[in-house]
Design a protein around this ligand. Sequence first.
Ligand SMILES: Cc1cc2nc3c(=O)[nH]c(=O)nc-3n(C[C@H](O)[C@H](O)[C@H](O)COP(=O)(O)OP(=O)(O)OC[C@H]3O[C@@H](n4cnc5c(N)ncnc54)[C@H](O)[C@@H]3O)c2cc1C
Length: 236
Amino acid sequence: MIERESRVLARVACLALSEFFQDYHRRHGVVLELDASVDRFEASGDHVSGVRLADGRVIACDVVLVGVGGVSNDDLAQAAGLDCRNGIVVDLAAHTSDPAIYAIGDCTNRPLPLYQRHIRLESVPNALEQAKQAAADICGRVPPAPEVPWFWSDQYDLKLQIAGMPFDVAEIVLRGDPASAKFAVFHLTAEGVVQAVEAINAGPEFMAGKSLVAKRKPIDRDQLRDLAISMKEIAA
Ligand SMILES: Cc1cc2nc3c(=O)[nH]c(=O)nc-3n(C[C@H](O)[C@H](O)[C@H](O)COP(=O)(O)OP(=O)(O)OC[C@H]3O[C@@H](n4cnc5c(N)ncnc54)[C@H](O)[C@@H]3O)c2cc1C
């Protein structure tokens, strides 16, 4: 696997989690080329034969899977005169800058009141949440309260679940032992408010963490580290 950043999941996860996943993939036989930029593909006849890196090395291959992210295509929205800034700008009722047009999903730049900012999210829960907002507004109802953004990824026997976003984080608290492949990383503000949780095979930590993100109530770090205290108690 060739990765331009110095670690995998650099855009979405903390260093501890990246290192855990790197180690796990290596133990499953994956060779990671980090800090490596792809320059071009080499061909042999009409088949790909290698990937040339910016440092000149060529990695031989006969299949390439490209996963390099995406850019929101807002051509249609721009042509309709909608306000577009890294996606179509919408409000919490999925209104665009034209009251007759709604937009939802990956192509939108939406408010995230929990973190007092606008952001473009690419996830199924985000598209579903905005679908509910638009549907409520179309039916003349008050849109549901904003949800905590969440994401998941299944890799081998690992279930990664992330709730919230690690903005303005002052401290990271680890609950559980990464060696057991069952643990969670909590991201806290200086006041002890949970901004995000990254949970590996840790359903209770994910569920309680998600509710803690919504509550915005400072929590006790020592309790969070103590596996003898249930997440239910901590989140109560
Ligand atoms: C490989 C991959 C893995 C992913 N894994 C996860 C995951 O594990 N968890 C998760 O939460 N999210 C995941 N996502 C992201 C998730 O798929 C998207 O966030 C979600 O599908 C966004 O929904 P959407 O309705 O905004 O867009 P889409 O699901 O992309 O739907 C948009 C639709 O509009 C159609 N369309 C586009 N232009 C036009 C046009 N001009 N006229 C008519 N139709 C048009 C497209 O063909 C498409 O069907 C993954 C995405 C990818 C690519």
